[in-house]
Design a protein around this ligand. Structure first.
Ligand code: WT7
Length: 651
């Protein structure tokens, strides 16, 4: 959580931006009454959104809320793939562009809705031919290629539960997720391009599969182009199958199954404070309703828009705002495989110009990097078609907001700073671009139909404290896969019947909500949550390490970077080689995003008398600040020694 000083600075923000009148006139939502009407009848309000989807059977009841369990659109039957594809094709929109994909090397593929419908149907038949049935878990470990979206949609078509694992995760992380979900099938690729190098996904998958006993079959997509020519993969007979061979053998007709509104749609793993990542469970009708509604309302999506969300499908943003929300809206969606600085730092803007992107959704960490790279990159390209800009993942600094507004948005595009989480499934707190007067750095107000508050520890309303979501919402998580106790403890134990997201927040004198960041031991590195505990476990797993404590350290671009304090086994010296080895070790155990930027060797860690590591003090040290209150420390000298050591390292 931010310091009081930082907070005051944020709240002094008095720049305000009204949506331009021309924008307001054409906006999907420009009537302020929506907030009040949604609040007075939330069930009626959400039903109206749900009714914009196609249901095989109508629901009998909108909501059953027996905290912490919610059911939405009870008795309703629906299929997500049907809503993203078939209904558009049946409405005569089959020739409309669905997906515009570009690979990092510049190769491109596009799919119309009819083409995507055929591909998804084919692959759904492949899944069936491999014995996948409704309710089975399928892990998807792919680069950002069209097959990622196709595989997700194919699962939903037959009721299989997908678990997408970000392609940057290590074999160990992949194996943990396969095992927790007891996945029967893994879908991967020979590799993908990232910053000019090949990410060897199949090789990683092979390593993971040695410890994934439940996985019976593996489907391997040939990424194509130079990559496939250059990458030799080993195919294990009987287990591994090429995607292109399988799809060639099946029919392109596969009716979408009728799913119960509350059938599980997918699992997505996310980091928590303790132990292994949690499998966040989302279900069907409510999830799709809110993903659909927010895409349409928050991005003001229209038929002639070209929509680009730069997230990876391995994160919730990719699920809700590359695949399900946009396709349910029949949007024209851009998908890009690679890095923003390949072949050069203008890549995103070159893509915006080339495809005429009108709606652009990215993360503050990316915006900070663009700012640092300089205005000359975006200035080289025609960005005049952009009309709505979005951000997600962490609080956006007002300077970054202003830069986004001026340099990318040409001062004409409303910015939607959207707060939400893997667990919330869809956007929860956000401006509406045709209604909200924005201020740089605030996510403003709950989306209509969502109720949020700021509470203190005891559950009283306050102006600065913990963010709380006080009413159930359609796309809320329904469970932590296989762990009811963890579900209750993590989200529902702070206050009775109120959801605890784990973020600090403050409300200003105009009633705007300012999200201040995590209040638990969860880091936010480049917009992605990483549990301190995961990194600590990876460090302790190294033969030289006895104990470690990991904290977040403010980082100019990434928001937070990881600082690790490490106690070595007796007799082992903290050499530079070991330092490098430990960083590589964490990267190999979890993935490159978890690599500590700073490693400090220490003979002991600052602990309270009850043995709790004082992370606050470690953060002070890592950020080179004066040390706060140390009166509860068992041995105050530890901190002085640590601080002296850290100064040596930095010096
Ligand atoms: C955490 C959720 C939701 C997709 C991306 C991350 C932080 C997210 C904002 C925002 C301030 C934000 C919160 C939240 N966060 N959006 N607009 N302003 N903070 O998903 O990995 O589930 O992380 O990201 O701390 O709890 P996630």
């Amino acid at each position: 959580m931010s310091d009081a000083g930082e907070l005051d600075a944020l709240l002094q923000e008095d720049r305000r931006f009204r949506p331009p009148a021309t924008f307001v006139d054409q906006a999907n939502i420009n009537d302020r009454d929506i907030y009040e009407s949604a609040a007075s009848d939330p069930e009626g309000y959400w039903s109206k959104w749900a009714a914009e989807l196609d249901w095989f059977e109508p629901w009998q009841r909108v909501l059953k809320w027996s905290p912490p369990h919610a059911e939405w659109f009870i008795g309703g039957r629906i299929n997500v793939s049907y809503n993203c594809l078939d209904r558009h094709v049946e409405a005569g929109r089959g020739d409309r562009t669905a997906l515009i994909w570009e690979g990092e090397p510049g190769d491109a593929r596009t799919f119309t809705y009819a083409e995507l419908h055929r591909e998804v149907s084919r692959f759904a038949n492949v899944l069936r031919s491999l014995g996948i049935k409704k309710g089975d878990r399928v892990t998807i470990y792919l680069p950002m290629i069209p097959e990622a979206a196709i595989a997700m949609l194919a699962c939903t078509r037959i009721g299989a539960i997908h678990s997408v694992v970000f392609g940057g995760f290590s074999p160990d992380s992949l194996a943990d997720r396969n095992n927790d979900a007891e996945s029967k099938l893994l879908i991967t690729a020979d590799g993908g391009w990232r910053r000019g190098s090949v990410v060897p996904l199949k090789a990683n998958a092979d390593a993971a599969l040695e410890q994934s006993p439940t996985v019976q079959n593996v489907v391997v997509v040939a990424r194509g182009g130079d990559l496939t020519e250059q990458t030799a993969v080993t195919m294990k007979m009987g287990r591994d199958h090429w995607y292109h061979d399988l799809v060639a053998e099946v029919s392109s007709s596969c009716p979408a199954v009728s799913m119960d509104s509350e059938d599980t749609l997918f699992i997505l793993y996310t980091s928590g404070t303790t132990g292994k990542p949690k499998g966040v469970v989302h279900t069907t009708g409510g999830y799709l309703t809110q993903a659909y509604a927010t895409t349409k309302a928050v991005f003001d999506l229209k038929d002639d828009d070209v929509y680009w969300c730069t997230a990876d499908v391995g994160w919730i943003t990719g699920h809700s705002y590359i695949v399900y929300g946009p396709l349910a809206n029949c949007a024209q969606v851009v998908m890009y495989e690679g890095a923003p600085d390949t072949p050069d730092r203008g890549r995103f803007w070159q893509l915006c110009e080339k495809y005429g992107v009108t709606i652009f959704y990215t993360a503050p960490t990316a915006i900070r990097a663009f700012m640092r790279w300089g205005d000359e990159w975006p200035k080289k390209y025609d960005l005049s078609r952009l009309r709505v800009l979005g951000t997600v993942g962490e609080p956006i600094n007002p300077e970054a907001w202003m830069w986004y507004h001026e340099v990318i948005g040409g001062e004409r595009c409303p910015i939607v700073d959207t707060w939400w989480q893997t667990e919330t499934g869809a956007i929860m707190i956000t401006p509406l671009p045709g209604l909200t007067e924005t201020k740089p750095g605030t996510a403003t107000h709950p989306f209509p139909g969502i109720e949020a508050a700021i509470r203190d520890e005891s559950g009283e309303d306050t102006t600065a404290g913990y963010l709380a979501i006080t009413k159930p919402w359609p796309s809320m998580l329904r469970a932590v896969w296989g762990d009811e106790q963890r579900f209750r403890e993590t989200y529902w134990s702070k206050w009775p019947n109120v959801y605890f997201p784990g973020d600090g927040a403050k409300v200003d004198e105009d009633g705007y909500l300012w999200i201040l960041g995590r209040v638990d031991d969860v880091l936010n590195v480049a917009g992605h949550r990483i549990g301190t505990m995961e990194v600590e476990s990876a460090l302790v797993d190294h033969r030289a390490v006895v104990e470690s404590a990991v904290v977040g350290k403010a980082h100019e671009i990434k928001g937070e970077s990881i600082a690790a304090f490490v106690t070595l086994k007796e007799g082992i010296d903290g050499s530079d080689e070991l330092l490098t080895e430990l960083r590589t070790h964490v990267s190999a155990k979890i993935g490159a995003i978890a690599k500590p930027e700073l490693v400090v060797f220490t003979a002991e860690l600052p602990k309270t008398r009850s043995g709790k590591i004082m992370r606050r003090l470690l953060r002070d040290i890592a950020e080179g600040r004066a040390i706060g209150d140390t009166t509860t420390l068992a041995d105050p000298e530890v901190v002085k020694r640590l601080q002296a050591m850290h100064e040596d390292e930095e010096g």
